[in-house]
Design a protein around this ligand. Structure first.
Ligand SMILES: Nc1nc2c(ncn2[C@@H]2O[C@H](COP(=O)(O)OP(=O)(O)O)[C@@H](O)[C@H]2O)c(=O)[nH]1
Ligand SMILES: [Mg+2]
Length: 499
């Protein structure tokens, strides 16, 4: 067969190598009519989210078609495969892709059962199964709130997936309902979330999350994004991981990302609003423990600004490598990929840190997560709606002289497919809310997830958000605050600390 034809076959082979996708095709193949996402999820006992993710993948490789009918989307086998797949499901034929054939008359083979095994320190975690004889890679990408971690995680995950790795992502936050999880899942990555505390204080949840991903996606690389106000991660996360699970993971050097404008202000290279002393203490401790400092958003600064910042970072944190990247534009990524793929973290004495100042710094930050229902009489555009809400919140924070660390919002339309989500971010008071991902079509109903972190009393944040929701709500587009939690992060009490 011609090489071009063989290559055309590879994405379909990849798509059908997943058991859930195989079962979806088998389910659809046995019927005359199409099914809605909910019907597929029910029939195969999948979550709607997972069904949607798999259907999106099958759609991308052309095996299924999606027809929109009002609020519902109907999924069916693509016309040109219908004949052969249906006869295959009935036991009288095969799906012939040219290079290979699939027999849909059989149930997919049972996978070997996951084994329980005894972890050192007497903890038995049944969900963490050995992925293969070689250890999995653990990559942690830290940095302050708004530094660009999630965007960079997505870029690293995409790069490694394209190289044939199975990638599992772990997000983390003090609260629930995370924009980051929604964003990363929208890009099609298997993602587990550890909510309600940081990795260091919920170390066992970190291992559990890796275990859940192992069951579903069997990753050989885990990429973890810690909470943006967290530090001392080497002593409390990566060293214990190596000590306890040293045979199952190799650990990459710790990368810590910095937003260039925020870093320039913290290092005194530029005037402008910033955080108070104890919050700045956390920021600097994050950089002190970095193996690699990564200046993010390189596309936003010129060469001279980058040089000045790079020199200041190298002087303040001698011996630490400093790189500059733009995850958005794919600039400077290869040098960083090389480090996180091929180098192992070198053990050195843990950083000295004053947990009282750290705790006080964290407690100065207000944390708020909310969900907001959107119901429109007519269709509305998601992007302008999110930007309007962000703008009101920004104005109110400015009125209180409260520095925002990160405001992020997603809007997912009801009955959306995975990937259909609009995203708006704001990372400094004197910056503008940015629409980072748009929807193709206007919406009539949906849900907003809002995550706000700012140096502000959390009760004030709650008032500001409630006020913004009611101000942006109108008769034509009703916004209802469904759920809101607000708090100051508690004192960090790590599960382990290996000095
Ligand atoms: N211009 C530009 N913006 C970026 C880049 N990476 C991230 N951002 C933006 O920075 C904001 C915060 O990014 P995010 O990845 O959520 O940061 P996190 O809080 O550290 O996870 C978002 O508005 C991103 O779109 C980049 O390379 N270039
Ligand atoms: Mg993030």
């Amino acid at each position: 067969m011609a090489e071009a034809e063989e290559n055309a076959c590879i994405p379909i082979l990849r798509a059908l190598s997943d058991e859930s996708r195989w079962r979806i095709v088998r389910l659809l193949a046995g019927r005359e009519s199409s099914l809605t996402l909910g019907e597929i999820a029910d029939a195969l006992e999948l979550s709607v989210y997972n069904a949607s993710r798999h259907v999106k993948n099958l759609h991308e490789v052309g095996v299924v078609t999606i027809r929109r009918d009002g609020r519902f989307k109907h999924v069916g086998i693509a016309e040109h495969y219908r004949g052969s797949i249906q006869s295959a499901a009935a036991g009288s034929g095969d799906l012939d892709l040219g290079c290979c054939r699939f027999d849909f008359s059989r149930e997919p083979g049972e996978r070997p059962p996951f084994s329980n095994f005894q972890l050192r320190e007497n903890a038995t975690i049944s969900t963490l199964s050995p992925m293969s004889s070689s250890p999995a890679r653990y990559i942690m990408i830290g940095g302050f709130l708004g530094a660009g971690k999630t965007t960079a995680v997505a870029a690293v995950a995409r790069h490694l997936s394209e190289k044939g790795h199975r990638v599992g992502l772990i997000t983390n936050d003090q609260g629930r309902e995370l924009v980051d999880t929604a964003m990363l899942r929208s890009r099609g990555f298997a993602t587990e979330e550890i909510a309600g505390g940081c990795f260091c204080c919920r170390f066992n949840s970190l291992v559990d999350a890796a275990g859940k991903l192992t069951e579903e996606a069997k990753p050989d690389v885990f990429i973890a994004e810690p909470v943006g106000s967290c530090t001392d991660l080497v002593a409390t996360v990566t060293y214990p991981l190596r000590r306890i699970y040293g045979e199952q993971f190799t650990v990459a050097p710790l990368s810590v990302l910095v937003d260039p404008m925020r870093a320039r202000r913290i290092l005194g290279l530029e005037e402008g609003r910033s955080f108070s002393e104890k919050v700045t203490y956390i920021y600097c401790k994050q950089l002190e423990e970095a193996d690699v400092i990564v200046i993010s958003k390189r596309d936003l600064i010129d060469d001279a600004t980058e040089e000045e910042l790079r020199a200041a970072l190298e002087e303040r944190f001698p011996g630490t490598r400093v790189l500059a990247i733009s995850a958005r534009e794919g600039v400077g990524m290869d040098e960083w990929f090389e480090i996180i793929e091929s180098e192992d973290q070198v053990a050195r004495p843990a950083m000295k840190i004053d947990y009282d100042i750290y705790a006080e710094g964290e407690a100065l930050l207000g944390w708020l997560n909310a969900t907001i229902e959107v119901t429109a009489e007519d269709e509305v555009d998601a992007g302008p709606l999110l930007k309007a809400i962000a703008q009101i919140i920004q104005n109110r924070l400015n009125g209180k002289s409260a520095e925002v660390a990160h405001l992020k919002m997603t809007l997912s339309p009801d009955n959306a497919f995975a990937g259909e989500v609009a995203i708006v971010n704001l990372v400094r008071n004197d910056y503008k809310p940015e629409l980072c991902q748009e929807l193709d079509e206007p919406i009539t109903s949906g849900q907003i997830i809002l995550n706000l972190r700012a140096e502000c009393d959390p009760d004030d944040l709650a008032k500001i958000v409630a006020d913004a929701v009611s101000s942006a709500s109108s008769k034509a587009c009703r916004l209802t605050l469904e759920h809101l939690e607000n708090f100051r992060p508690g004192r960090p009490v790590p599960t382990h600390r290996d000095a």
